[in-house]
Each structure stands twice: as structure tokens, then as C-alpha cells.
Design a protein around this ligand. Structure first.
Ligand SMILES: *Cc1c(COP(=O)(O)O)cnc(C)c1O
Ligand SMILES: [Zn+2]
Length: 417
């Protein structure tokens, strides 16, 4: 038993019982993304801020009654969620702001936000009686799925673009996944994975197709609000590729509003790379994301490189319903954000993670945030995921090591240089 009332199609509004459909609304093919609708009154019987305060479990499963999984469903042992929310006074002061926090999801077990979704995927795959699980990914969802699958000995087949950063491919191979390095973009890997899942009957974790992935991702908003004493922030910055994370961020706040645990919806700001700006463009020109043609995505922030964002309906809803917006940032701005964020907070982000901070920097310049607003920036991935980009960013910032002989005199000379 869980508290899911039904699944509702984001296009036609038709509702289904969870066992009636596999993943999407049958009337619209892969586009027919479903939203999970809950019985909030029943939920409120099972969990409250008071019961949470007594719960020693710091993982996403502390919110189990708010998730689309059974109360007694076995969950993977890796500790997903419970990531730190750091107050960032020096970062804030540098931008002329008063209250900024950094939610560091680089601290997840496979070092990205994607663990929140993959943990739920493995519970649902077992519930469905599947014997194999698959996903396409720019790299992090793949690493998350491979790692969570390894934690319970569940086999996985992963499709990533051959151009994915080495660290992410190393994770996949180390976790023992069957790895398909696709000669093409993420969009090509996605299409191929969808066909393979269908042809071989694998459980399909794909973003923007499996309705439960944004449900795992929404736990970040629960944590942020709980960490802030159930005082929702005013603005949240999050980077956007497929749009699943931002959709989940919105859903989490939405749930808490329905439950009456918070009193307002934060403005949700989606940050895209200039070279992967499908959603920002659609937002700016008021285009229909269902008919808008895919773009050629190209950015240093590989995790947010998506020519056709798969969760675009949920992403647009998040920004529209929260009175937020989309912002684009250049690759140069993303790279410069890496050391700036790191030096002000000690948080080392991969390019897509630092993009959220680059978005905040830009929003300050354009007056989209006020100095006394309470602002959360989500770092979605660890800097160790993409060391090549970090080295480039450090170099661009003017940071250079001293190459020295192993003598104290050489140290003195370096310090005086
Ligand atoms: C996947 C990912 C994103 C973007 O999430 P979407 O759901 O694709 O919008 C941002 N940052 C990192 C590090 C990611 O891995
Ligand atoms: Zn429909």
C-alpha cells in the first residue's frame, strides 16, 4: 500500500490506476508523460513534521509515506539523500545578497543528484518483477542506476554517448553494468535505449518516460524545507537538461503545500547552458514544447546537454506554476562558476552543478532576485565527475601550481614569486 491516487496524463488529463499503464499515457506515445497524484489526507495520517523529527533515518526513505512505494517495500542499502544544506555567507556577500544556501548533492553515493531517482527506480523494478533494468543517460543517471543496482545485485544495461566524461564511464564499468557506448549524442542513446527496453522487456528508468523518477527527485525539496525548519526558501536555482530534476523540485514543494507544512511555493529558476537552451527558448518565445523542433545541443556541461528535453512538460509546469523563469549561461560563465563556488563554500561542482550558481550570479545582475530573499542553489554533481573541465576552469581562473625542486629554498622562492 502507498498513497498514490492515480496517474494523470500531462497532455490530456486522463487518469489511470498505476497497474493500468506501463509508463505513459497510451494516447500520446512516449510524449504522454504521467504525473503521480496522491491522496494527501491519507498521507497526513502516516507522516508529519513531528514524526519526522523523531525519525533517525536521514535518507530519502524517511519520506516513504510521501513516495510512490509500499510501506514495506525493500529499499537499496546505499544512503541516498540527507545531503548537506550549507549556509553560504561569503558567497552571498559577494553577490550583495543576505541569505544563500548551497544544497550539495555532489555528496550522494555515486556523486550526483540522480541517485534520488535511481533508488526509486530499483524499488519499482523489483515491484514489477523485472529481471533487468536499463537507462540512457549523459552519464550521471547511468552511474546512479549502475551503483544502486550493484548495491542489491540487480543487473543493468546502460546506454551513454561515447563522449561521456571518463569518470562516469569508469563508474559504470566498475559497478559491473553492461555498458553500451553509443556513437552519437544523448538523444541518440535515448532512442536506442527505448527501443531496446521494448524489444527485450527490460524495466525502463528513462527520464521523462518513467513517471516515478521525478518522484524520487522531489525528496530534495522535502530536505531543503526540513533543513530550514519548514520555512520554504523564496527562490531555488537548479540546472536543467531533460527537466526531470526541476520537475521534481516543484513536485516536492507542491506536496508540502498540499500538506500545509509550508506556506508558499518558492520561485523555481531553471538554468540552461546557452548551447542547450531548448526550454529557455520555449519559455522566452512562448513556444509549445510538444511541437518545438529538437535543437543541436553543445555545452561543456555534459549533464545538461539535451537537444530534446524528455521531461519538458514537467519542467515548463515547474517554472510556470512557481512564477519562476529560465536563465541561460555561457560555457565560460559555467567554467568560471566552478572555482568561484568552490572558493566561497568548499563545494566542488561539476559544470552542470556550477551552472546553477552561474544562473544565480546572472539573476543578481538582471535584478531577478532581491537582496533579502532566501535563496537555495542546488549543486547537482561532484566536481570529481569531470576533472578535465575542472582543470580548464582552474586554469581560466589564473590558478597555477608552482613546479619546484624538493627544497625549502624553492618553497621560499615560490612564495615570493
Ligand atoms: C542530470 C543532471 C542535471 C539535469 O537534470 P535534468 O533532469 O536532466 O534536467 C543537472 N546536473 C547534473 C549534475 C545532472 O547529472
Ligand atoms: Zn493522455
Amino acid at each position: 500500500m502507498n498513497h498514490v491516487k492515480h496517474l494523470r496524463c500531462l497532455i490530456c488529463g486522463k487518469t489511470y490506476q498505476p497497474d493500468e499503464v506501463a509508463y505513459v499515457c497510451p494516447h500520446h506515445g512516449a510524449e504522454g508523460i504521467l504525473d503521480v497524484v496522491y491522496d494527501y489526507a491519507a498521507m497526513a495520517q502516516a507522516i508529519s513534521p513531528q514524526s519526522l523529527a523523531r525519525n533517525p533515518d536521514s535518507t530519502i526513505w524517511r519520506y516513504k509515506p510521501l513516495l510512490p512505494v509500499a510501506a514495506d517495500a525493500p529499499v537499496p542499502p546505499l544512503t541516498v539523500g540527507g545531503t548537506p544544506l550549507y549556509a553560504a555567507p561569503r558567497l552571498a556577500a559577494g553577490l550583495g545578497l543576505k541569505h544563500v544556501w548551497v544544497k550539495d548533492d555532489g555528496r550522494e553515493p555515486t556523486a550526483s543528484f540522480k541517485d534520488r531517482a535511481s533508488a526509486v527506480a530499483l524499488v519499482k523494478a523489483q515491484e514489477a518483477g523485472a529481471e533487468m533494468i536499463t537507462t540512457a543517460s549523459t552519464g550521471n543517471a547511468a552511474a546512479a542506476l549502475a551503483g544502486l543496482a550493484a548495491s542489491i545485485g540487480f543487473p543493468s544495461v546502460i546506454f551513454v554517448p561515447a563522449s561521456a566524461p571518463q569518470a562516469k564511464i569508469a563508474q559504470l564499468l566498475t559497478f559491473g553494468a553492461t555498458v553500451m557506448l553509443v556513437d552519437g549524442s544523448y538523444d541518440a542513446a535515448f532512442e536506442l535505449c527505448m527501443q531496446a527496453a521494448d524489444a527485450f522487456g527490460w524495466y525502463n528508468r528513462n527520464t521523462g518516460y518513467n513517471p516515478y523518477m521525478s518522484e524520487g527527485k522531489k525528496t530534495v525539496s522535502y530536505e531543503i524545507c526540513e533543513q530550514l525548519g519548514w520555512q520554504a526558501p523564496d527562490v531555488v536555482f537548479v540546472s536543467v537538461g531533460d527537466g526531470c530534476i526541476i520537475g521534481g523540485v516543484y513536485k516536492g514543494f507542491y506536496d508540502l503545500l498540499q500538506l500545509g507544512w509550508i506556506d508558499h511555493m518558492p520561485r523555481i529558476m531553471g538554468v540552461q547552458a546557452q548551447g542547450s537552451n531548448f526550454l529557455a527558448e520555449a519559455w522566452q518565445h512562448n513556444e509549445d514544447v510538444l511541437t518545438k523542433a529538437p535543437i543541436q545541443a553543445r555545452t561543456v556541461a555534459d549533464s545538461i546537454s539535451a537537444g530534446l528535453p524528455r521531461d519538458r512538460l514537467k519542467a515548463m509546469r515547474a517554472v510556470r506554476e512557481s512564477d519562476g523563469g529560465f536563465i541561460t549561461v555561457s560555457d565560460e560563465a559555467i567554467l568560471s562558476a566552478i572555482p568561484e563556488l568552490a572558493r566561497a563554500t568548499g563545494v566542488f561542482a561539476e559544470p552542470a552543478g556550477a551552472a546553477a550558481y552561474a544562473g544565480l550570479r546572472q539573476a543578481v545582475r538582471t535584478g531577478q532576485v532581491a537582496p533579502d530573499e532566501r535563496i537555495v542553489v542546488i549543486n547537482t554533481g561532484s566536481g570529481l565527475k569531470d576533472v578535465a573541465s575542472a582543470m580548464k576552469a582552474a586554469e581560466m581562473s589564473g590558478a597555477v601550481p608552482h613546479f619546484i625542486a624538493p627544497t625549502l629554498e624553492a618553497v621560499r622562492r615560490a612564495l615570493n614569486a
